[in-house]
Design a protein around this ligand. Structure first.
Ligand SMILES: C[S@@+](CC[C@H](N)C(=O)[O-])C[C@H]1O[C@@H](n2cnc3c(N)ncnc32)[C@H](O)[C@@H]1O
Length: 242
């Protein structure tokens, strides 16, 4: 199952999506942290750290951070783990990985969630922040997450989900689809930053329902699959490998 349908105004098919995303995030990488600070009022790192703690990340665990981007989740994790020695980051965008390397010294691998460049059962915890919409197939990505985790390993996926109510939708669309891209473009001076943030909302709007994400995780073999939604839109999916 795809996380959202093909967005024909951006790319023609699955292969086109991959190339489009790498270019989008390569160009947007230098502005990503600023755009996040604008969009989330500077709360991004603290929120990710609290979510990792809630999901059970503890000192001594080996962490795989998929879709690491500039390393916001990995940086939050390093505060909990007391360093980055046990962190491995994966992302397909060389531009994002270059930004991540400025912030964090750990293993960084170029690759996608659907085909992780890591050994079987090597990690205690797998995180993915705000990137589930970009995988080619939920089934394939979740099967890879299951493969990469040790028995008993924990999974945490952070996402922004569409609000359930019509009013919530109007507010979220105006904010994430209008204000955030415009502010990102103005304050960074980069049209690429605006484009990256506007695509962010488009994919949230088109994304499959949380219930289908939960079902897909269960089908991949995960146990205790849960979704906690803060303010109705900040989703934290957690699960465990048997
Ligand atoms: C919005 S950023 C998220 C960065 C970071 N995880 C965070 O919490 O802010 C999305 C990232 O997903 C990456 N990405 C795109 N397609 C991907 C895929 N198929 N597998 C893994 N990562 C992907 C992009 O290169 C980009 O760095």
């Amino acid at each position: 199952m795809q996380p959202h349908p093909v967005l024909a105004e951006h790319y023609p098919d699955g292969a086109g999506k991959r190339a489009f995303l790498t270019s989008l995030f390569d160009k947007g990488a230098p502005f990503y942290d600023t755009a996040c600070r604008i969009g989330f009022f500077g709360t991004g790192l603290q929120y990710r750290q609290m979510a990792l703690k809630r999901a059970g990340l503890r000192k001594g665990m080996k962490l795989l951070d998929v879709a690491t981007g500039t390393g916001l989740v990995a940086r939050a994790a390093s505060n909990i783990l007391g360093g980055a020695d046990d962190i491995t980051c994966v992302d397909p965008s060389p531009g994002m990985l270059a930004e991540a390397r400025k912030n964090l010294s750990c293993t960084m691998l170029e690759g996608v969630a659907d085909d992780l460049p890591v050994q079987d059962a090597g990690f205690d915890f797998l995180s993915m922040g705000y990137a589930l919409r970009h995988v080619a197939s939920l089934k394939q990505a979740f099967s890879e997450y299951h493969r990469a985790l040790k028995p008993g390993g924990k999974l945490m996926i952070l996402e922004v989900s569409k609000p359930a109510s019509a009013l919530g939708m109007i507010i979220a669309k105006a904010y994430f689809g209008g204000c955030v891209p415009a502010a990102a473009r103005l304050l960074t001076g980069s049209p690429d930053a605006g484009k990256m943030m506007s695509y962010y909302w488009e994919t949230i709007e088109q994304c499959v329902a949380p219930s289908l994400i939960i079902e897909s995780l269960e089908k991949a073999g995960f146990l205790r699959v849960k979704r906690m939604a803060r303010m109705g839109i900040f989703s934290e999916y957690t699960a465990e490998k048997a």
